[in-house]
Design a protein around this ligand. Structure first.
Ligand code: SAH
Ligand code: F3S
Length: 477
């Protein structure tokens, strides 16, 4: 018999499900910043600690252990974490036995320095060292500070079944790769998350099966660079060429994995993120087209529309190659939605180069976008070799321009759904109205519609009558 129970809590009006293990008496408060991978890593950490007597809590004040899973991608992300540490410090005055640990990319980047800089921190653990948490906690309980930031060649946490945190019980993340080998000059990830490695497809399918059994309806396959997925028996992607001939010929790539998942779970929706244009290929696009249950949405960060900027960023494609990829996607999957990551003010970015970003946006007319001003990160190739010479005011002005253009394009794309019927997976109650459901269609567009007798997790057909630049508004048919 399972000793697990699911508790339901209300947070900002939304029902959130959390798995709790019976008999556990210690309380873990875990907070995540940054990417979806961090959210999923926190679920892995919660799973490892549930074997150590910890259940999660949403109340900071009652925690025995507070863990913050950090992000280093931009300076602002790190400042946010420093602010949170101040808050924990205030709580520690009331609850002096509470221990505080820092996980994730900042832990990896700053290592022991964290202990010197932030007196409140007892524990510093990098993304590949979460299995060592039980030992590290023992050190802490004996009054010593504990640090483990060793990056691994093998670790994929394949056998750890994540404890789903703050889950809507409908959609879940499944990690398939860790680390990144791309070395984009602006990016800290290869330094904080190490070299790229893929997870055994068998364990991926098992995890999805467990989610399916628990009535989840949608999974997102996660990786820094999912299209680069390659399983050849374990080990680093960069060592693939050194593997035996058999390992090389029986290797599983991303298109094959996607195909396997789609066939094995025909009733589940499948998403994936993030695709790097240099690794996205026609096989993946054809696989998406072949299966109804693979969502027609690709997050395809481009960073800049200018070939010269892309070159300085060490992105492995030109503007023209990216446009060709977009043309192919549109040809093979005409209804496919696309989103971008873009950055303004990278080292040496001229106004002409910025204009090329705007014109690329006009060409693609992305459905969604995630846009940032370039933030120099210590230790990256750009920080070492290039000058961060675009004034902040220019970065911000250009950022405002691309955000404005993206809003127009999002509206343009969403308007195309008006008068059409779309299939929505109900994820919960609309934030703005208790009388409305919210969910997403295959293209990842959020839709709201009046509640009837449906429930969370149902697939329903919704006729779209109107939209804003972020939301479709409709009624069930
Ligand atoms: N492949 C990754 C990209 C991670 S970083 C993924 O899984 O999403 C996410 C986005 O942050 C990048 O696409 C980029 O647009 C932005 N970013 C990365 N480094 C940055 C920096 N130094 N300054 C500003 N934005 C950055
Ligand atoms: Fe970063 Fe480029 Fe990898 S943005 S995560 S180095 S693909």
């Amino acid at each position: 018999m399972s000793s697990e129970k699911i508790i339901e809590e209300k947070k900002q009006g939304q029902a959130l499900l959390t798995q709790q293990k019976e008999g556990n008496t210690k309380k873990l408060y875990i907070e995540s910043y940054g990417c979806q991978m961090n959210l999923n890593d926190s679920e892995i950490v919660a799973s490892i600690l549930s074997e150590q007597g910890y259940n999660t809590t949403h109340l900071l004040e009652e925690a025995d252990l507070v863990l913050v899973n950090t992000c280093s991608i931009r300076e602002k992300a790190e400042q946010t974490v420093r602010k949170r540490l101040e808050k924990y410090n205030a709580i520690k005055k009331i609850n002096p036995t509470m221990k505080v640990g820092v996980l994730g990319c900042m832990a990896e980047r700053l290592k022991e320095k964290f202990l010197e800089e932030e007196k409140i921190v007892d524990l510093v653990v990098g993304p590949d060292a979460y299995r060592d948490l039980p030992n590290l906690l023992k050190e802490v309980s004996e009054g010593r500070d504990a640090v483990n930031v060793i990056l691994s060649k093998e670790e994929t946490y394949a056998d750890v079944s994540p404890v789903r945190l703050n889950s809507n019980g409908v959609s879940a993340f499944v990690s398939i790769t860790r680390g990144c080998d791309n070395m984009c000059t602006f990016c800290v990830v290869p330094f904080t998350r190490g070299r790229e490695r893929s997870r055994d497809p068998k364990s991926i399918l098992e995890e999805i099966k467990e989610l399916y059994t628990k009535n989840y309806k949608e999974i997102t396959l996660l990786g820094q660079n999912v299209d680069s997925y390659l399983w050849y028996g374990g080990g680093l992607k960069k060592d693939f060429k050194k593997a035996s001939e058999i390992a090389q010929t029986t290797a599983v790539d991303f298109a094959q994995l996607l195909n396997m998942v789609a066939i094995s779970f025909p009733k589940m929706r499948i998403r994936f993120s993030t695709s790097n244009p240099q690794d996205m290929n026609l096989n993946v696009i054809h696989t998406m087209a072949k299966h109804k249950n693979i969502c027609k949405y690709i997050h395809l960060p481009v960073q800049s529309g200018s070939t010269s900027v892309l070159k300085r960023m060490n992105r492995q494609h030109t503007r023209e190659e990216y446009m060709e990829l977009i043309d192919n996607i549109r040809k093979i999957i005409p209804e496919c939605a696309l989103s971008q990551d873009l950055m303004t003010g990278f080292c040496g970015e001229t106004n002409e180069e910025h204009q090329e970003t705007l014109s690329l946006m006009e060409y693609v007319k992305y459905d969604f976008g995630f846009m940032f001003a370039y933030s120099e990160r210590p230790g990256t190739p750009a920080a070492k070799k290039m000058e961060d010479n675009v004034p902040l005011s220019t970065k911000k002005k250009r950022l405002a321009e691309i955000i404005l253009l993206q809003q127009q394009h999002s509206l343009y794309r969403l308007k195309k759904f008006i008068g059409k019927t779309v299939e929505i997976l109900i994820e919960g109650t609309s934030k703005k109205s208790d009388n409305h459901w919210k969910g997403r269609n295959s293209q990842n567009a959020v839709a709201v519609f009046p509640k009837g007798n449906e429930k969370i997790g149902d697939f329903v057909n919704v006729y779209i009558e109107d939209c804003t630049s972020a939301t479709l508004i409709g009624k069930r048919i």
